[in-house]
Design a protein. Structure first.
Length: 422
């Protein structure tokens, strides 16, 4: 179902009314002999047409409803629409089996609804035009031959979600003027994507997810990002080698997980992460360092878990408080310190440091000596330790602290924990 715009044709183009010769119903466009139709009432459906048949549309300047181009088995090129300035509903381009090229919309300024480009198996070139300044939302997905998607520099805001997903051939994604996405921004499962650049982007009103982009090596294209109202997820990007924050970012949560080639997570002296932000760094198997976050003094939560070759945590030397959620440093097999790894830390709501097979207990004790923990402290099974506490000091808290019979997640700090292990 496509949204219908309520915007009438502009008076300079001719009013949309039954008495106006140049303004016709979308369903009647194909029956008219006039080549100077400038206004379409309602939706314009392009279905089972050829490029030659589309010549009659060249003079259209305004579509009150949606423009829907779908299921055109003979359409291999979409000609340029030189006059179109406004679409009052959605612009949908989908399931055109042999469509390879969309030549563009040089005069198009506004799409009030969603731009939907999906399931065009041969589409390799798609151009919008340099005049576009406003679009309701963007969904570009499942176009396996599309190698590049770029928005004009004039496009500063997307009023809804921006979703670029599962375009297997997409190598470059550039939106140079975009500063504000009112909804969420998803860049997911574009397996050939090597470059994503959003240099002007400041605000995202929902989530930011960059996941499953298997060829993406760097995220330098988000240098101006200041606020993400939802969570930030950077995951399953197999070639991503570094992740840097050069400026401050305000967001409730950051998840950096399962990026197989990620070796370094870094900030810079001006970089800030809000005190209300939870940060989770998990299962990045090549991660060796977390550094240069000297401006971070408080976090809502911090989890560093199962990063197999992480040796040192040196970048959080100014961190004073973690709460109201956990500080968890768990199962990082190579983690050894250093001895003063969190030297400024004074308060934590809960503290979990266990299963780090290379972390000397003396380093853990050094941390405990200067941290006040408000809730539970779960410490053990680090270098040289076989904890196996009996009785278990945390019985009945809903967290399994023995080896789970079902093979589920557990701390394995207790010999038995019958109340919490299923």
């Amino acid at each position: 179902m496509f949204a219908r715009g309520a915007i009438a044709c502009l008076s300079t183009l001719a009013a949309c009314s039954s008495a106006t010769r140049d303004c016709v119903e979308g369903s009647q466009v194909w029956d008219t002999q006039a080549s100077d139709v400038v206004c379409v009432r309602g939706d314009l459906i392009v279905e089972s047409r050829s490029a030659k048949e589309l010549a009659i549309l060249a003079g259209i300047e305004d579509i009150e409803g949606s423009l829907v181009i779908h299921d055109n088995p003979a359409l291999d090129e979409l000609p340029e629409w030189p006059a179109l300035t406004h679409i009052g509903g959605a612009f949908s381009l989908s399931e055109n089996a042999v469509l390879t090229v969309v030549h563009g919309f040089p005069a198009l300024e506004r799409i009030d609804g969603r731009l939907y480009v999906a399931e065009n198996p041969k589409l390799s070139q798609f151009a919008l035009g340099d005049a576009l300044v406003s679009v309701g939302s963007i969904f570009v997905a499942l176009n396996p031959e599309l190698m590049e998607f770029a928005a004009p520099a004039a496009l500063a805001q997307v009023e809804g979600h921006l979703n670029i997903s599962a375009n297997n051939g997409l190598e470059r994604l550039e939106l140079p003027g975009l500063s504000d996405v009112a909804g969420s921004l998803y860049i997911e499962d574009n397996v050939a994507l090597a470059l994503a650049k959003f240099p002007a982007l400041r605000m995202i009103g929902g989530d930011l997810s960059i996941s499953g982009d298997l060829s993406l090596e760097t995220l330098d294209g988000f240098e101006g990002l200041e606020r993400v109202a939802g969570q930030v997820t950077i995951s399953d990007n197999d070639e991503l080698k570094t992740f840097s924050l050069a400026a401050s970012i305000d967001t409730p949560s950051i998840f950096i997980r399962k990026n197989a080639a990620l070796t370094r997570i870094s900030g810079s002296p001006p970089a800030r992460i809000g005190a209300h932000t939870s940060v989770s760094i998990q299962k990045n198997l090549a991660l060796r360092s977390i550094d240069d976050f000297s401006g971070v003094e408080a976090l809502a939560g911090l989890t560093i878990e199962e990063n197999g070759v992480l040796i040192e945590i040196t970048g959080l030397r100014s961190l004073v408080r973690v709460g109201p959620y956990n500080l968890s440093v768990v199962r990082n097999a190579s983690l050894a310190g250093p001895a003063d790894w969190l030297p400024a830390l004074a308060e934590a709501s809960e503290l979990r440091v266990f299963g780090n097979k290379s972390l000397p207990p003396s380093v853990v004790q050094g941390l405990l000596d200067h941290v006040t923990v408000e809730g539970d402290t779960r410490v053990g099974d680090n270098q040289g330790e076989e904890t196996a506490l009996d009785p278990c000091p945390w019985a009945g808290d809903g967290l399994c602290d023995a080896i789970s019979p079902a093979g589920g997640i557990s701390t394995q700090l207790c010999a038995i924990d019958p109340e919490d292990c299923l």
